[in-house]
Design a protein around this ligand. Structure first.
Ligand SMILES: N[C@@H](CCC(=O)N[C@@H](CS)C(=O)NCC(=O)O)C(=O)O
Length: 209
């Protein structure tokens, strides 16, 4: 098998896995957990010296950083039955800016919200941290809401890898009032993205791991 994706589906590996399912790629999934030390073993550090998942191994071409993995797969396999990659310079600009935007402006606060509202055991959660993260997210979410008032997608007039990158982060805050109450267009767009069969396939992978 020439294409391998490392990382449990219940992690940022969901991003390249989502793209792989969208494109109907033939790949091997190595569901490496991020807890328990497997990512710190020397065999894994050869793939990613940062000791983190995901990693994409495309016949020896190694990609780490989950958004880079998603962008790489979309570009590398863009000639298939369905393209998630840019077809024009304007689409490329949109894909790059939204993907970098979500990592830099939203991901940290979205993760803090998720950890302190759902993921951590209740006794370790700090609601004040979740509230503060949600409050900070109001500013970038206004930008996304404004964009979606006139466009159905993030790049061009079709679903692209930019939607995967941004929706994969917004999924962490999908139940928060900053989405549900403040950002109705974001909520609608997110619901459409998460209803896609490829995203649902990743959810099934999570359940079966
Ligand atoms: N910026 C990196 C973050 C990767 C990351 O933190 N992955 C987590 C799982 S979602 C991990 O491997 N954690 C293990 C560790 O940090 O030791 C990316 O987007 O790929």
């Amino acid at each position: 098998m020439a294409l391998r994706i490392y990382g449990t589906a219940a992690s940022r590996a969901a991003r390249p896995l989502w793209v792989a399912h969208e494109l109907g790629l033939d790949f091997e999934h190595i569901a490496l957990p991020y807890l328990g030390g497997a990512t710190r073993m020397s065999e894994f550090l050869v793939l990613n010296p940062n000791g983190r998942i995901p990693v994409v191994d495309d016949d020896g071409v190694l990609v780490w950083e989950s958004m880079a993995c998603a962008l790489y797969l979309a570009e590398r396999f863009k000639g298939g039955r369905w393209s998630l990659a840019a077809e024009t310079p304007a689409e490329l600009a949109d894909i790059l800016r939204w993907s970098f935007w979500v990592v830099n402006e939203c991901e940290k606060d979205a993760l803090t919200y998720l950890m302190h509202s759902a993921l951590m055991p209740p006794e370790r959660r700090k609601p004040a941290l979740a509230n503060e993260a949600e409050r900070r997210l109001r500013i970038p979410l206004r930008v996304l809401e404004q964009h979606l008032q006139t466009c159905g997608y993030l790049a061009g007039e079709r679903f692209t890898v930019a939607d995967v990158c941004v929706a994969s982060v917004m999924a962490w805050v999908q139940g928060a009032s900053v989405v549900m109450e403040q950002s109705p267009r974001v909520a609608e767009w997110l619901q459409n993205c998460l209803a896609r069969p490829a995203f649902q396939a990743v959810q099934l992978m999570i359940k079966s791991e």
